[in-house]
Ligand binder design. Sequence first.
Ligand SMILES: C[S@@+](CC[C@H](N)C(=O)[O-])C[C@H]1O[C@@H](n2cnc3c(N)ncnc32)[C@H](O)[C@@H]1O
Length: 245
Amino acid sequence: MSAKFKLKNRENWIKFPLDRLSLDPNLMRNFLSSCPEISEDLVRTISSFVGQREYSFYLDEDQLGLALVNQKPLYIDIKTTLNYHREIYHKKGYKNEPFYKSIKSASMKVIDITCGMMSDSLLMNYWGFKVQAFEANPITSCLILNALKIHPLENFKFIPREFSWDLMDESVAFYDPFFRKDKEKTSPKKSMQVLRDFDKFSFLNRPLEIEKVVVKRPKGSDEIWEKAHHQYHGKSVRYDVYQST
Ligand SMILES: C[S@@+](CC[C@H](N)C(=O)[O-])C[C@H]1O[C@@H](n2cnc3c(N)ncnc32)[C@H](O)[C@@H]1O
């Protein structure tokens, strides 16, 4: 299941090169006044994430996108994604989906540790879960904050910071870390390639006391921790379920 991302032409977009954003006061001022949903503190942390490749934010009226020099901007479109889920699940329902079965609980509350481009978060939110989502990468966090400004969600709280287990205040967590590049068997879709260009987070350790942690893995890959208590298999991914011991 994937979210829909629109790739628009870039002619009318205003460009904010990431490597200059926090160094150029005029650029910063313009950016912050165009995107009041984003804090200056968050923008200041971006410089430590900018790698070798020349990414820029692009702004088209209210919509914030991200792209390399020759790409069309990539952005999160919550409305289109939710319409897509509605279309898919309207007739066939979702209660037999491996992902749904892996995360369901009596409370219907879940922490999404790795929000990324929001695909999984939006799916869980659409399925009726109350979601608290974290994202450690400030660049991705800016896209998320912008998407939520354009299309606010009920039962959804976003926290633009790195997750650690001491922040866990629900009984179920969903974790979708990147697979190590050298072990990847299939090439990731475009939005994931972008996220991975900035990825520098190591795997969290397994918490023994959390009631349930669901880890999403590519099919055929190793478990990130020891053997999972249950597994649910999708077409290309697997959900490893760990329960408190
Ligand atoms: C594979 S992507 C997740 C994709 C996401 N499930 C989606 O549907 O778009 C991993 C994301 O988690 C973020 N991340 C990795 N470790 C994290 C941590 N400890 N806390 C918060 N975010 C983290 C990365 O910055 C990246 O955006």
